[in-house]
Design a protein around this ligand. Structure first.
Ligand code: SF4
Length: 395
């Protein structure tokens, strides 16, 4: 029998208890009726792949992301996973099934039930172990609630947990940030994702920050004013970035991607698929896919999705060779192992030097890129300025 290549599935759940003040993701609160309708629409979309070639490929990872997938009930999540198992080829023992969850959205019983559904990796959105920071971000939970969720998942037998953290938060200082990192590492999660806050225009946090900034002309205005909302300056932000690398390494976490750290053997398979340009199918509102060198996107219009519309044809992009080479480089270089030379040559019938020789040489001579017989990767200094380097790989 022909051996089919694996596929990964992303399932988007666009609901949250409440919108966080910094968030510009495709997510919003919704009532139970809408959530129920959404699950039915998702199951319909999953079912539509029955008897397609995709459904015969082994599913190697499923990622329930959002939004906050854990706002759905155990029954609703079970329905989605069952539909995937009914209509795709999922090997229970060889499939990473991740779910994002937020503290405050699951009690002990729910954590146990979710594990029983076969979810074998949880990604908990903590963001900060400091309750004052959590309040300023408009998060719905406290650190205590996070500890409860984490403990219940462990009790239920989950042995693969990611914790999401953010740095450069309003009112955050380097010392507190480092203390917080130690606190989280002491818990011993298998994986930590660490990102810097980006103030997105149009979010309440962006508006609050700039209105306080303007009102005080940049001067402090006391504990409840601008002081506690001021963002770390560039030096302090860089300090947090370097402390993240240093502290996580000291606790035995290997940095395998610019913002992702894991204990040996716990890199997230699903996310590696994105960076290595493996094929994946996105299901649900606004979900993106990479299939047959096409980037596809589902509609972001919720009523239209509930009414049965899925792919937004206007967003479909057929990638030419140039696009694919560029993606191979700027996605692949995000990973510390870098870009596989042989794979590049097999895919494009040219060596990576034949296409990118001058750029590679430029950054190699600056000590920002290194090459081995098998791979091309950023050096530690190169990772610090990765965005500038990535831009140079656009043909
Ligand atoms: S929980 Fe996540 S997706 Fe939901 S509003 Fe907050 S940041 Fe956005």
């Amino acid at each position: 029998m022909e051996k089919l290549p694996p596929i990964s599935l992303y399932v988007h759940i666009p609901f949250c208890v409440k919108k966080c003040d910094y968030c510009d993701f495709l997510s919003a609160p919704a009532d139970e009726r809408v959530r129920q309708e959404y699950v039915s629409a998702l199951v319909r979309e999953i079912t539509s792949y029955r008897e397609t070639a995709l459904a015969r490929r082994p599913v190697r990872s499923i990622f329930l992301g959002g939004g906050t997938p854990s706002v759905l009930s155990v029954q609703q999540i079970g329905r989605i996973l069952q539909a995937i198992r009914d209509y795709f080829y999922v090997n229970r023992d060889a499939c990473e099934i991740s779910m994002e969850m937020n503290p405050g959205t699951a009690d002990r019983e729910k954590c146990f039930e979710l594990c029983k559904l076969g979810i074998n990796r949880f990604s908990i959105g903590l963001q900060s172990p400091d309750d004052a920071c959590l309040r300023r971000l408009g998060r719905i939970h406290t650190y205590r609630q996070f500890l409860d969720t984490y403990g219940w998942l462990r009790e239920a037998g989950c042995s693969n947990i990611n914790i999401d953290l953010m740095s450069a938060l309003p009112g955050q200082h380097l010392g507190d940030y480092a203390d917080g990192l130690h606190k989280v590492c002491e818990l011993g999660p298998e994986h930590i994702s660490a990102y810097s806050l980006i103030l997105e225009e149009g979010t309440p946090l962006f508006d609050r920050y700039y209105s306080l900034h303007n009102a005080t002309n940049g001067r402090g205005a006391g504990e409840d004013g601008f002081d506690s909302w001021s963002l770390p300056d560039e030096d302090e932000e860089r300090g947090m970035y370097h402390e993240t690398k240093r502290i996580l390494a000291a606790y035995g976490y290997e940095r395998y991607e610019i913002s992702n750290y894991a204990r040996a053997g716990y890199a997230c398979y699903h996310n590696c698929v994105y960076w290595q340009r493996g094929e994946y199918l996105g299901l649900g509102l606004g979900a993106a896919s990479l299939l047959s060198e096409r980037r596809l996107k589902n509609t972001v219009d919720l009523p239209a999705y509930l009414g049965g519309r899925t792919i937004d044809e206007e967003q479909t992009l057929l990638l030419d060779e140039k696009d694919r080479m560029e993606e191979t480089m700027y996605l692949g270089l995000r990973m510390m192992q870098g870009v596989d030379r042989n794979r590049f040559r097999e895919t494009f019938h040219r060596t990576v030097e034949q296409v990118y020789g001058p750029v590679i040489e430029k950054y190699r001579s600056m000590g920002l890129l290194q090459t081995t017989d098998s791979h091309i990767m950023l050096t530690e200094k190169g990772v610090d300025v990765s965005n500038v380097i990535f831009a140079d790989f656009l043909l």
